[in-house]
Design a protein around this ligand. Sequence first.
Ligand SMILES: [Zn+2]
Length: 298
Amino acid sequence: MRYKFMNRSIFNILSIQEFLAVKNDIKPVMRGGGIRKEHAEIIRQELKKEKMRVLVKTLDIPRLVDKNQFFHEKHIMLYISKSMELARQAYKAEKEGDQISFGRLLGYPECCVDFYQHKIPNPVDDEFSFVLNTLSNTNGKPSFYTNNIFNFQTRAPTKHRLDIFNNFSSLLGERTKHFLVSHIPCSYRCKESIRIGREILKLIKNEDQQFARDIVSDIRKTFLVMDDFNFISFDGKVDGNSICYRTAEPLLTLYPSDKFIQGNKVIVGSNEIKIFNDGDLLHKIRKSVENARVLDFS
Ligand SMILES: [Zn+2]
């Protein structure tokens, strides 16, 4: 582990993936949000040893409560880069809502920034699912390098979703760190996102082999996705709309978890989800399954 000498607890606050990307010139700037004041100074001191500069700013983050009302919350934000000038530009772009420049400075692929800017119908709607929207724009087999399903913080534009995010991120714990790309990909086959994911995995492998293995084993799976905060992961094989599986992990689901655990096959229909064990029907779910989709990163 190259960064053993550093105070590694800073990576409980900052994404190590993003840190390595900036350190190795894959991305110009990284951003850390919702940082406590006392942590900001520790991070600044630690990253100074790595010749990285940290710009500490307080930003007012508005989140939609309903169509006309905003919930405002002040957050301490860190903009981290090898260049203070680039860190300043990122802060300015975020403050002014210049998503194109902000995305470019954070090293997000242009196609993904463009997709997020122009092709998403209504991302502030509580019903909207970023994951299912990216899946709709995916033709062919999804690549696990682009799997950002555990990276919830990119999907909380409303107050309601922020509350779910806070709740679920404490439930999932370490798992919320299991991703390679930190942006919302335009497609789960986005070439540029796959390239970034590959490079980041290489860097993590050099740094911490066990962490790299943990990430891959969690994201290279088959998922049944109902929405951004409601999904199940499977170790198994997909055939059209059915999943034959050895194990199911109902990570975050409103559906009866024990049925998925007892079963070994799921068939996802347009009106119902059926769970089987060795051919015997165990359970049927009828309510609100119209959005359920199989997302196969295995
Ligand atoms: Zn893209």
